[in-house]
Every structure is written in C-alpha cells, then in structure tokens.
Design a protein around this ligand. Structure first.
Ligand code: CAA
Ligand code: NAD
Length: 284
C-alpha cells in the first residue's frame, strides 16, 4: 500500500511537528485537536518553522505554500479518521486518553489504515488491545523538535504484523528519518535511558547539590550535551517527563525509577516548562 493520506491526532508540539514533516514528504495531512484554538496554534508553529526555512534559503517560498496547502485541520476526530491510510496519535501521555482515541479510530478509520502512536513510554500492546486490528497498531516515536531530530523509534506491539512494521519503517525513511526497531518495553530505549538522567538531575536540585543552571552547565560543558537536562525537561514538558517516570516505575516495579518529588510538585503547580512559560526556568 502506498501511504498518501496521513492524519495526526493532537496538534501540540509533537503533533504539529509530525504533521509538518509528513506534508513536507508530500502526503495529504489532516491535523486534529479538541479545540479550534489548539489546531490553529499548531498550524502557526508549522508556518513559523517553514518561514524560517525560507529565510535561511533551505526551501523556496513556493514550496512553503505547497506544504501548507497539503495540511487541513479539524476538531472532528471522525473526519481525521476517515481520511487516513495511517494515523499518528500524539495526544497527552495518558493510557486511558490514548485508549479512548484508539477505540474511536478503530471504529472510524478505513479497514486498511495503520494506527500508530507517538507515545514516549506507554505499552503499544495495551493500546492495541482496545482495537479489533492489533496487527495494524504500532509505535512511531518521533523526537522533539520533530523537523530537526533524525530518529524514529519504531515499536512492535505483541501482535504487530511484519508487513505493517516494514511499511512504517519505509514511511519513516520517506519522512527523512532513520528508523530504529525497538521492542515493547516501558520507555522503549530512548526514554529508559534519557528520563532517569533527567530525573536524577532534578534530584540534584531537590537535594540542594546545585542550582538548575549549574546542573545544566555541568552536562553541557562536561558531556557536550546540546541542552542541559533541566532545559531539556522544560523543553519536553514536565507533565510528559512525570508521566514517563511513572510508566517506568510502574512497568518495572523498581524504586530506581521513582519520580523526584520536586518534579511532582512542579507539575501540580502547573509549571510544565516552556509550554506554560515556567518550569525550572522562566520563559517570556
Ligand atoms: N522546531 C523546528 N526547528 C527547530 C526548533 C524547533 N522547535 N528549534 C531549533 N530548530 C532548528 C533551527 O531552525 C536550526 O536549524 P538550522 O541549523 O537548519 O538553521 C537548528 O534547529 C539549530 O537550532 P539553533 O541553532 O537555534 O539552536 P541549537 O543549535 O541549540 O539547536 C536543538 C536546537 C536542535 C533543539 C538542540 O538544542 C538539541 O538538539 N537539543 C536536544 C534535543 C533533544 O534531546 N531532543 C530529544 C528530546 S526527548 C524526546 O523527544 C523523546 C521523548 O519521548 C520525550
Ligand atoms: P502537548 O501537550 O504539546 O500536546 C498534546 C495535545 O494533545 C494538546 O494540544 C491537547 O489538546 C491534545 N489532546 C489531548 N487529548 C486529546 C484528545 N482526546 N484528542 C485530540 N487531542 C487531544 O504534548 P506533546 O509534547 O506534543 O506530546 C504528545 C505525545 O507525544 C505524548 O504522548 C508524549 O509523550 C509524546 N512525545 C513527546 C515528546 C516531547 O518531547 N514533548 C517527544 C516524543 C513523544
């Protein structure tokens, strides 16, 4: 099957990035979110990224217009589902919300459609179990910022068919990304390795070992990381970081994955990082 019609559910930082890259790869994209304001914010982000690419001479103005013309937005999930050869879900990192979305997608998507999740850590097998097509459910985990980062972790659920895996791997390449195959374990590989480091950095602040600025300096200058772990946590979203730690903690049952109390406190305060204007740092 040639994948031409691509739907994205959730128009946040990940969903909008995925929609942009899919449209740049020539696909007809529908981007869905719950409210008009949210899809418009996602669309503005895409326009800003494409304009920057035009200004830097990477793409022509005409190409920007063509890419934007390939993206439609909707607040009607059924419309997004009916359109799709593949759906990539990028809603909040919460199992019951994702399962509810997948139940509806399964009902409304064409029979041939592949249902992919951009989840950071949740079991693909458990998401697939609420559908009648678990063989067509797969993890397609893009990295943030999507237009820049090369990796897509492709996660096989227990029932994912080999031909579905092959189609998604080929699609990731078409989108200019490098797919890496990973089995369905909590946090996969990326967040099993990354998130405990971020959590430990938060513990260092919580225990008064160093300020957020000092922790970030150590990791940037000492380990050549492009962003310090606390800047990165703010960039990812502290809510997402907490959900991922909870999934690791629950999934492995090992206390080494316990989320730092300071991370919980920030999330409870609504300090979610860049997207709310405040996390470990304050943003304009
Ligand atoms: N959207 C699109 N493009 C962006 C962008 C964004 N949000 N931010 C930066 N860019 C682009 C810039 O336009 C620029 O492009 P060109 O070089 O082609 O002009 C390029 O990225 C570099 O940007 P800057 O020079 O402004 O800044 P930088 O050199 O500091 O790079 C960065 C920015 C690429 C984000 C870099 O800081 C970085 O790699 N940070 C770490 C990102 C990371 O670890 N991501 C993974 C997060 S974890 C995850 O995604 C998984 C999960 O499940 C939580
Ligand atoms: P975000 O908060 O920026 O966006 C989430 C969007 O989903 C919001 O616009 C929200 O309105 C929408 N949404 C919530 N429930 C919905 C529903 N039922 N139907 C439709 N839309 C709904 O979050 P994000 O950072 O884009 O993360 C989205 C997903 O991608 C999560 O599963 C996250 O774990 C994963 N992810 C995040 C990152 C990252 O660095 N932030 C990286 C890779 C994967």
């Amino acid at each position: 099957m040639e994948i031409r019609r691509f739907s994205v559910i959730g128009a946040g930082q990940m969903g909008s990035g995925i929609a942009q890259v899919a449209a740049q790869a020539g696909m007809e994209v529908v981007m869905h979110d719950l409210e008009e304001e949210r899809v418009q914010r996602g669309l503005r982000g895409i326009e800003k990224n494409l304009k920057r690419s035009v200004d830097k001479g990477r793409i022509a103005e005409e190409e920007m217009t063509q890419v934007l013309n390939r993206i439609r937005t909707t607040t009607d999930l059924k419309e997004a589902a009916e359109h799709a050869d593949i759906v990539v879900e990028a809603v909040v990192e919460n199992m019951s919300v994702k399962q509810e979305v997948f139940r509806k997608l399964d009902e409304w998507c064409p029979e041939h459609a592949i249902l992919a999740s951009n989840t950071s850590s949740l079991p693909i097998t458990e998401i697939a179990a609420v559908t009648k097509r678990p063989e067509k459910v797969i993890g397609m985990h893009f990295m943030n910022p999507v237009p820049v980062m090369k990796l897509v972790e492709v996660i096989r659920g227990l029932a994912t068919a080999d031909e579905v895996y092959a189609e998604v791997e080929a699609l990731a390449r078409r989108m200019g990304k490098t797919p890496v195959e990973v089995k369905d374990f909590p946090g996969f590989v990326s967040n099993r390795v990354l998130m405990p480091m971020i959590n430990e950095a938060i513990y260092a602040v919580y225990e008064g070992v160093a300020t957020p600025e000092a922790v970030d300096e150590v990791m940037k200058l000492g380990m050549n990381h492009p962003m310090g772990p606390l800047t990165l946590a703010d960039f990812i979203g502290l809510d997402t970081c907490l959900y991922i730690m909870e999934t690791l903690y629950e999934g492995f049952g090992d206390p080494k994955y316990r989320p730092c109390p300071l991370l919980r406190k920030y999330v409870k305060a609504g300090w979610l990082g860049r997207k709310t204007g405040r996390g470990f740092y304050v943003y304009d």
